[in-house]
Write a protein that binds this ligand. Sequence first.
Ligand code: ZN
Length: 480
Amino acid sequence: MSKELGIKTSKKKNFSKWYLEVIEKAEILDTRYGVKGFQIFLPTGMLAIDNIVRLFEDSLQERGHMPCLFPTVIPQSYFKKESVHIKGFENEVFWITHAGKNKLDEKLVLRPTSETAMYPMYALWIRSYTNLPFKLYQKGTVYRYETKMTKPLIRGREFYWIEDHTAQKSWEDAEKQTLEDSEIFKEVVEDALSIPYLFLKRPEWDKFPGADNTYAFETVLPDGLILQIGTTHNLGRNFSKVFKIKYTDKDGKKKLVSQTSYGPGISRILASVIAIHGDDRGLIFPPTIAPIQIVIIPIFTNESKTKVYEKCAEVLGKLEEKGFRVHLDDREQYTPGFKFHEWELRGVPIRIEIGPKDIEKKQISIVRRDFLERIQIEEERLEQQITETLDSINYQLSKRARESFLIQSAKDYDELKTKLKIGGFIKIPFCMRESCAKKLKEKLGIDVRGTIVGKREEVNGKCIVCKNKAKEIAYVGRSY
Ligand SMILES: [Zn+2]
């Protein structure tokens, strides 16, 4: 390895620079590809992505959502059908106009999202109420011509996600589906990845193009900026009307299906994991998605080498047998100290060190990545201790993340301005009018992210902007 190990920037002092440094040095992405906004996932990044995706797929399939894969291209005629949808996306799609030297008869869109690719086929497949609910998802990349400044994993022109599209008998069933989507999100993002977030209903003026209701999952990064990491939409009958997706109900009548689309933003979820859990030594992966959960470092002299390697191989075998993702770092050109730093940078949750003295005492040294604390354990308790330590790391990551998850409240405009300096979400009494939201954006650069789902919050007082009676407690803040 030619490049310098070790993170030079303090996360607290300059989060943005720290984030880029970690992404580069821990080899998550390479951003030097020759097209702006497009990047390369390196093995560590890709393995983590695969593990996040697997968690979502397990959760989806448990609830009857099945995988599929649609083409990356959408013909213009499909794409243009839903007028609100096309209006929302027309400025940010990539077009394919030529093949070889020939101009195509019909232009093709590189999918920015797949409603208009999937629904013409749903119209062919769905016939009767017995087909419903109909639930398919796909994983893959989508393309949007972003004009804002791009940032690795957070805003790119190509990004990796899962999109899940369902068809339901009624509008109410579609609304229920969005709640199931939020359960899936909780299982993966909050429980397995220890990332706190809010589930918010977007205001009317900020809905997904073509949706009746839009809900968003949003977290806060250490710079105080809010990041949307997933959405789910109740599309109602807006798409089924234009794509003619009908079913014959029990009463023999033909009816339009109601639909939902759900998109956990996998790249952005990985960005949150890196940003929220990492420290000045680099990444800290939650054990659930760590490409390597345990690394074994042999420490030996010439005399003890054979004995140490034998013990390492034995420990490796035992842990692999139990299903842990383990790696033995047997590179001899590097010192143990160098290896310690490298695996800390790459966020491996547990390091095992094995030396001649440990072997004599029938013990093993383990170092956990979150506290960087060394524990001596008896060899025979190894597997049990590893399981407990991985659980404890997950717990600690979750605790730390929750403690720094910023939700403040402000009663008036001045208080809002003061609290804004700290960042995160700020709860305000609000009239829910777009004109007031525009003023907040113009004057303070903040967005109205929405209202909390599943909890009716008591509203007192006046809208912080227009002083009319407040309708809701809105969550606002600066965002990516
Ligand atoms: Zn107002």
